[in-house]
Design a protein around this ligand. Structure first.
Ligand code: C5P
Length: 462
């Protein structure tokens, strides 16, 4: 019989084994023994590396992906039916069972209905070491927790991440839908209600619980998990709401421009690009096909967005025109109004005794105005920004008319506001109908509010 020692294994595998052994309170040798024993017994929960790929490719590539987290409650048995109902809707389902859930249903039964392996461990040797939970979190359009126990809700509200389910909940950017299920006394408890209020404030959606008989004899009240079909309907509504700009094309400009004086010097401004990039990211998350034309910024390209990097205003205009036709264009870039009339081909020399060179400026193209006033391929909705330091509303209204755009998002960028380069923004939306003040909010929230408004406008005038 061939002999194999732990020392012969590669470093990554050794590290995984060490972690796994530590978790189970065993020596590495005992851990290996238990893995081999389980494999020899063909224990159903033992992961089979080939299975996920085969099963996962079986679903249509464009199917919406639901990650179902099954918590540990008697209602877990209904979640097996929920898997079936979600799949009937053409959704691609992945499933996580918490440790407590496995007291009620097995990974084998859930896996048989999902048609793929289910996930149970934060550190899973069959998956790419500890990035497994990040990938699960990212590769979901919606996370459904059913049943959501009082304990899972408390951990989620508190930002815990000590097992696979809670780590995924903390890492996901997708909408989360909770289907709570617990005893009515636990549901009514102040701690649960406090956690619920926190989760609602964090934007987490809820379906149920319903009123009715409890598993405990003679107990009635709110706490029964919503029926699978109710959960599927809530999930479908969230998935539809999440993509209001599906099929729409959008152009966003962002960041400053750099206008060369000579090959090493340039004129610039303090724009960070945070607002424009947040808008591009939110539009992509809402399903739009987004082209972001970005001046030089220190930000990563937003995921799912086609980013075109430019330096000068003239390059930005050319890139914006190339992105047409689009349904919506948002001009968030802080474009330099002027550039050097004749940028030196060589570095300007400081010559002792000679006069300081005069910097003659010439006007840059106005990208917003030229796209807003196009005779052909004018986007349906053209949106500009107005960074003002005084008379914000009046200046923004005048700017809207002068540039020929549909909406202006005006903000006060006087130094004391900290908006330029900061993470928060206070916007006044100016349209043909008048103006409205938005409360101070993060630049991400401004982006989300704007995307909602754009989706509404396109819905009203399809
Ligand atoms: O004229 P002002 O710079 O205040 O206008 C601001 C708005 O116009 C912003 O939406 C900005 O992106 C856009 N703009 C532009 N091209 C310029 C100047 C401003 O697209 N050259």
């Amino acid at each position: 019989m061939a002999s194999l020692t732990v020392r012969q294994l590669d470093d990554k595998l050794k590290q995984q084994l060490r972690l796994r052994a530590a978790r189970h309170g065993r020596s590495v040798e005992d851990e290996v023994r238990s893995i081999l024993r389980a494999a020899a017994d063909e224990e159903p929960a033992a992961p089979v590396p080939a299975a996920p790929a085969a099963a996962e490719t079986a679903t249509a590539p464009q199917a919406k992906r639901v990650l179902l987290i099954i918590g540990g409650g008697i209602a877990a048995y209904k979640s097996l039916d929920l898997i079936r109902r979600l799949k009937e809707r053409g959704l691609a389902v992945r499933c996580i069972l918490t440790k407590a859930a496995q007291e009620f249903i097995t990974p084998l039964s859930a896996g048989a209905i999902v048609g793929a392996r289910v996930f149970t461990d934060l550190f899973d040797p069959a998956h790419e070491f500890d990035v497994g939970h990040i990938r699960l979190a990212r590769e979901a359009d919606l996370v459904v927790v059913a049943p959501a126990t009082a304990d899972l809700m408390a951990k989620f509200a508190g930002g815990h991440a000590d097992d696979l389910a809670t780590a995924v909940l903390l890492a996901t950017g997708a909408n989360v839908l909770l289907a709570p299920a617990m005893n009515p006394l636990m549901w009514a408890n102040k701690a649960t209600q406090r956690n619920l209020a926190q989760l609602a404030a964090d934007g987490v959606a809820l379906v149920g619980p319903n009123e009715g008989e409890m598993a405990e004899a003679g107990e009635r009240g709110p706490g029964r998990m919503a029926e699978p079909l109710e959960i599927v309907a809530a999930a479908a509504a969230l998935l539809a709401r999440a993509q209001p700009l599906k099929g729409k094309r959008m152009l966003v400009t962002s960041g400053p421009t750099h206008e060369p004086i000579d090959p090493v010097r340039y004129i610039a401004n303090r724009s960070s690009g945070k607002q424009g990039h947040a808008i591009a990211a939110a539009a992509a998350a809402a399903g739009a096909d987004v082209t972001l034309v970005s001046g030089p910024v220190g930000l990563p390209d937003p995921p799912g967005v086609t980013t075109v990097h430019v330096e000068s205003a003239r390059d930005m205009l050319a890139a914006a025109e190339r992105a047409l036709p689009v349904d919506v264009a948002v001009f968030a870039a802080a474009v330099a109004d002027w550039r050097a009339a004749s940028a030196g081909a060589q570095k300007l020399k400081k010559v002792p005794g000679q006069a300081v060179p005069a910097l003659a400026l010439t006007e840059n193209p106005d990208i917003l105005a030229s796209i807003a006033q196009r005779k052909t391929q004018r986007p349906r909705l053209v949106i500009g920004f107005a960074a003002e330091t005084e008379n914000v509303t009046a200046n923004a209204k005048a700017k809207r008319t002068r540039k020929g755009c549909d909406w202006i998002l005006a903000n006060d960028v006087s130094p004391q506001t900290g908006i330029m380069g900061g993470d928060r923004n206070t916007i006044e939306l100016v349209t043909a109908r008048g103006s409205e003040a938005w409360p101070p909010q993060s630049k991400d929230d401004v982006a989300a509010t704007l995307i909602d408004r754009i989706a509404d406008a396109l819905k009203d005038h399809p």
